[in-house]
Write a protein of this length. Structure first.
Length: 379
């Protein structure tokens, strides 16, 4: 390890700890509608949550892959909370955020005098996670030399601090995440094949938000709730605002949705969130499937030039604009579903594909519309 001052090392360690605390705080405040603290309305999300619960009961290594911002760390924490190690520590290490010359010392620890500035011994993240769970976030960012040392630790279940003379036995469950195609990284020689197989005991894949649209509105409200201060009123989503959120492709996934809802919360000032409060990357509309975009030209117009529709003005005058999420959600869903059915001449399978939901979910929603007195196009 190259010379590193103790101050530099402490700064990096402190920053990592602060980031972990921030994630934990937001996640804890967001735990409202589900004790599991994981939004899983879409079919793919429910299947993922079920797999995560099953593997949580074991002690095997899990590799979580997915695009940036899809909730890989949230899933890792979910696994930890449902595991026999839930009462022990959960320690996360972002391998991409720590300089290469410090990562080894942060992971494995060091003894006093092992490098310039090491004025005292320090336990590494593996030791800090003793009895609990260690998350190696973005493990593909780890340099090849360190990958070899990590492989040995995983195989031997013991760690030796930098400058140490003895090994420390470990009782740690390891989870890892990546936003890359790990097989491609192995083929390119950037990731060790033996380490890949050591980590990939039970692979899980998080889906991008554009492929689980049923999760968008519940996630939006979860994020709004998490961002509201204690005692602060949680604003409702208007039908047109909800419609916008459902149609947007979310290239930045949940992280982008969180940013959008933070801005909307500030602009709405605790009232109903309207389209003019939602600022989206217009270029993102190009990623929408043409069929889905055609489901509602009105919503595309809102994104291109936000304005308050007459229907909302009437609702405001009648004192109905500040209804709860359920009214807004059902209105937005109704428009989407009926537009899709009309575009596909009543074909349920095609409409479900257009909407990005399963046929079973569509059948359930159509039944709800019929019960509410709406005329549903014949198949």
């Amino acid at each position: 390890m190259s010379a590193v001052s103790q101050t530099e090392f402490d700064d990096v360690s402190t920053e990592a700890a602060v980031n972990d605390d921030a994630v934990e705080t937001v996640e804890s405040r967001a735990a409202l509608s589900s004790s599991d603290d994981m939004v899983a309305i879409a079919d793919t999300s429910r299947r993922l949550a079920d797999l995560a619960r099953r593997v949580a009961a074991s002690d095997c290594t899990v590799l979580i892959a997915g695009e940036s911002g899809t909730g890989k760390e949230v899933l890792a924490r979910f696994i930890h909370r449902h595991s026999p190690r839930a009462s022990k520590a959960f320690v996360a290490v972002n391998c991409a955020a720590i300089p290469e010359n410090m990562l080894e010392a942060i992971l494995f620890g060091y003894e006093k005098g092992s490098f310039t500035g090491a004025h005292a011994s320090h336990a590494g993240k593996f030791e800090q996670a003793q009895g609990g769970t260690l998350l190696l976030d973005e493990v593909t960012e780890m340099p090849l030399g360190l990958q070899a040392k990590l492989l040995r630790v995983l195989q031997e279940r013991e760690v030796e601090r930098l400058g140490g003379r003895s090994s420390i036995a470990l009782d740690v469950r390891v989870l890892a995440t990546t936003n890359r195609n790990l097989r491609a990284e192995v083929a390119a020689g950037r990731f060790r094949e033996d380490l890949y197989y050591r980590l990939n005991v039970f692979p899980l894949q998080t889906s991008p938000l554009r492929e689980r649209r049923d999760d968008v509105l519940p996630l939006a409200m979860r994020l709004l709730t998490a961002r509201c201060r204690a005692g602060e009123r949680i604003p409702a989503l208007s039908a047109d605002a909800a419609h916008m959120l459902l149609l947007y492709p979310w290239p930045g996934n949940v992280r982008e949705l969180d940013n959008v809802m933070q801005r909307a919360l500030i602009l709405a000032n605790s009232s109903v969130i309207q389209p003019e409060h939602i600022h989206l990357e217009i270029e993102g509309l190009d990623a929408l499937p043409a069929a889905l975009a055609a489901a509602s030209q009105t919503v595309r117009d809102f994104v291109a030039a936000p304005q308050r529709p007459a229907a909302q003005e009437t609702a405001r005058k009648n004192g109905t604009a500040e209804g709860g999420l359920s009214d807004s959600l059902s209105s937005a869903e109704r428009d989407l579903i009926l537009d899709a059915l009309r575009s596909d001449n009543g074909n349920r399978q095609a409409a479900a594909k257009r909407l990005g939901i399963s046929p079973r979910t569509l059948r359930y929603k159509l039944q709800r519309l019929r019960e509410a007195g709406f005329v549903v196009p014949a198949a």
